[in-house]
Design a protein around this ligand. Structure first.
Ligand code: ADP
Ligand code: MG
Ligand code: ZN
Length: 476
């Protein structure tokens, strides 16, 4: 039996406001446990929440950037459940009147582009963290994250593969970074996704029963979890079983998902309007102001890179997928003017280095300006591309200015014909066999001689001049 996979994602993004959603406590990541807390965010009886206006602004920005309709009137609701990291025993979220609805994000997978619907974006508060303490065998509660503002972005069940789901989260992450509402650091949990997945026999219209796997915080784990869950559901159906609607967890180390609890329904939460907070009413002017201050979005930058700069579509897509990377690109191009070359360095070495070091593109060990200077050294013929790779490795280690590295290490390319000729004459004289080979039609001999001369010149010989002088000998 052939199956079709149906995926819908709920993405939680922590908003990068300075203070929490209902109190003045800092949202800064880390800090000693329970030091960013007050009676409001620790759920003390009688403490009253006051909505942080920035949270509304950021959520509306996210809504506008994803083509949502913005509610002129919405409200917040209590979602009741007990969990030790939620001392109030309810989360303040939005139920039937979310701030944003009916948006979309366009994704590109290979040659295909596709629109993924966004059902809604609402605001809510984050929970605290449970720390399972191996030392005492007990569990400790850290409420520093409790009350950090979140937006939850719920997609339509429009994705059909792990690839599409990853492309969607990548695109969303890019948009949120561009509009500056979240730092989207997945390893710190600022951006995490719940995967809803079901399968149905090809041709069947009705969706199958879905499972929801919570809190995936890397692209890799999203993809692996999806593949795992597809295989699991197929096996269940093929062995004559039924897929249970359940909430699951993903164990990235084991590479396995497991059931956590059977799925709760909305009525299990006994949602009701939050009585301690006013409804949220937004004026046309307020929404227009936010619209007016939205920056250029990745889709527009991507189109510009293709049409104005002539980058290949693939490269333009990769570079604009991250605002940090795209900003890095623009900053380097502004200095050296050689967009193609900057793009090549990004597509090869820079993406690799960020991956190896596990850093974001705004945390690279060297600046865009220094990359631009390196490119200018190549363009001016001061160093060869081969030497440039060495200088670059040094920049990665030390962050040093490439001009200084070239000077300190004496790496300036030798373009003086007299100096090169002296080496060429010597190498050619020492390798008569190579000359004979070349004359006998073995072109490889040329490469060998160039290699020998380069070695002699420690890689600093100007390759064009070297080639020319050796050919003069060979064709004598
Ligand atoms: P809940 O709040 O119970 O998780 P929602 O209505 O908010 O439920 O939907 C959660 C997500 O599940 C949405 O992203 C939606 O697109 C997705 N979804 C709904 N039905 C299915 C299904 N049969 N298969 C896969 N995904 C689904
Ligand atoms: Mg859900
Ligand atoms: Zn607080």
């Amino acid at each position: 039996m052939e199956y079709e996979v149906i995926i819908g994602l709920e993405v939680h993004a922590e908003l990068s406001t300075k203070t929490k959603i209902y109190c003045g406590c800092s949202t800064e990541f880390g800090g000693d446990p329970n030091t960013h807390c007050c009676p409001v965010c620790t759920g003390m009886p009688g403490a009253l929440p006051v909505l942080n206006e920035k949270v509304v602004e950021y959520a509306v920005r996210a809504g506008l950037a994803t083509g949502c309709e913005i509610a002129r009137e919405s409200k917040q609701d209590r979602k009741n459940y007990f969990y030790p990291d939620t001392p109030r025993a309810y989360q303040i979220s939005q139920y039937d009147l979310p701030l944003c609805e009916h948006g979309h994000v366009d994704i590109n997978v290979g040659e295909m582009s596709k629109t993924i619907g966004i059902t809604r974006i609402h605001i809510e508060d984050d929970a605290g963290k449970l720390v399972h303490d191996g030392y005492t065998g007990g569990t400790l509660v850290d409420l520093n994250r409790a009350g950090v503002p979140l937006i939850e972005i719920v997609s339509e069940p429009d994705m059909r593969s792990a690839e599409e789901a990853v492309a969607y989260v990548e695109k969303l992450k890019g948009i949120l970074e561009y509009i500056g509402v979240s730092d989207c650091k997945m390893q710190e949990g600022s951006l995490r996704a719940d995967v809803n997945l079901s399968i149905r026999p090809v041709g069947q219209e009705k969706f199958g029963t879905r499972t929801e796997t919570k809190n995936l915080n890397s692209f890799r784990s999203i993809a692996r979890c999806i593949e795992f869950e597809i295989a699991r559901q197929k096996e269940v159906l093929e062995s004559g079983g039924v897929v249970l609607q359940e909430t699951r967890r993903w164990d990235d180390e084991a590479g396995e998902g497991y059931a956590m609890r059977t799925k709760e329904e909305a009525n299990d939460y006994r949602y009701f309007p939050e009585p301690d907070l006013m409804p949220i009413r937004l004026s046309e002017e307020y929404i227009q102001n936010i619209k007016d201050t939205l920056p250029e979005l990745p889709e527009s930058r991507r189109a510009r890179y293709i049409s104005e700069i002539g980058l290949p579509e693939y490269d333009a897509g990769i570079i604009t997928s991250s605002k940090h990377l795209s900003d890095f690109f623009e900053a380097a191009v502004a200095v050296c003017g050689n967009a193609k070359s900057v793009s090549n360095w990004i597509m090869t070495d820079i993406i690799r280095i960020a991956k190896d070091k596990g850093v974001e593109y705004n945390e690279l060990p060297f600046t865009a300006e220094n990359l631009a200077k390196l490119i200018m050294l190549i363009d001016k013929g001061t160093i060869s591309s081969a030497i440039a790779k060495k200088v670059f490795e040094e920049m990665v280690e030390t962050g040093e200015n490439p001009e200084k590295i070239v000077e300190a290490k004496g790496l300036v390319q030798i373009s003086d014909e007299g100096a090169i000729k002296e080496v060429v004459d010597r190498i050619v004289a020492a390798n008569p066999q190579s000359i004979a080979d070349y004359k006998a039609g073995k072109d490889r001999a040329l490469g060998f001689l160039v290699g020998q001369c380069m070695k002699e010149m420690k890689g600093k010989g100007n390759p064009q001049i070297l080639n020319k002088l050796i050919l003069e000998h060979l064709n004598k």
